[in-house]
Design a binder for this molecule. Structure first.
Ligand SMILES: [Zn+2]
Length: 221
């Protein structure tokens, strides 16, 4: 189950060319779905057009389908610092080793492809990687990660709101470029026991007063 973030009245973040996160999330999810379908996997999208769908509906679709994996696809917004490497972040569900494995594979494959791209000025947080994000009670901060029964991960591929990255994402080569490693990670997750990037040992503490650190409106509940 591929879950393109945002949509309809909720465009998510916006890039320097006017490209919205909801558009690029959907384009990437559709491209990943096409690759996996060609390989014989059954894939579903939580939305296939530019319409609003609640977090509850997204989670229910994955769980009702008994999906082998539920992957939310997002693009990030600053604040992040200039970096030599992409700031790809993938969030895993606490206490679920298969979610950690899925997050690690998604991170490794996407990061390894993006870092080979020349001419893009990347941005990153210092603790980017495959990680958990928890609230002050130690529970997973994002309901899209905490609540699915399905093995899940949420990827912030890179920073759409950064001028250089966002311009690159609006070009024709971006979607096929990232769809391939995303599909590879999902295929590897489903057909092997391989691990990817190890989960960071320490969880990030979500700080609601600390400013906007991810694409807007991944609601907490
Ligand atoms: Zn988002």
């Amino acid at each position: 189950m591929l879950d393109p973030g945002h949509g309809g009245k909720d465009p998510g973040t916006r890039g320097p060319t006017g490209l919205t996160e909801s558009e690029i999330n959907l384009e990437v999810a559709v491209a990943v779905s096409q690759i996996l379908k060609q390989e014989g996997f059954s894939t579903f999208l939580t939305r296939s057009g530019d319409h609003y769908i609640s977090l509850n509906e997204r989670i229910a679709l994955g769980d009702a389908a008994n999906a082998a994996a539920f992957i939310s696809i997002h693009h990030n917004a600053p604040k992040a610092a200039a970096s030599k490497t992409p700031g790809t972040e993938v969030f895993a569900q606490s206490g679920d080793s298969e979610s950690a494995r899925l997050a690690g594979l998604l991170h490794q494959e996407v990061f390894d492809v993006l870092k080979t791209i020349d001419g893009v000025q990347w941005t990153s947080r210092w603790d980017a990687g495959a990680l958990r994000v928890v609230n002050s009670e130690g529970k997973d901060a994002y309901s899209l990660v905490r609540r699915p029964e399905t093995t899940n991960a949420l990827i912030e591929i890179a920073y759409l709101a950064s001028p250089s990255e966002g311009t690159f994402m609006a070009g024709d080569e971006y979607v096929p470029l990232v769809a391939s490693p995303l599909a590879k990670a999902i295929r590897t997750f489903l057909t092997t026991n391989q691990d990817g990037t190890p989960l960071l040992e320490r969880a990030r503490i979500h700080n609601p007063s600390g400013g906007r650190t991810i694409c807007p409106d991944i609601a907490l509940e």
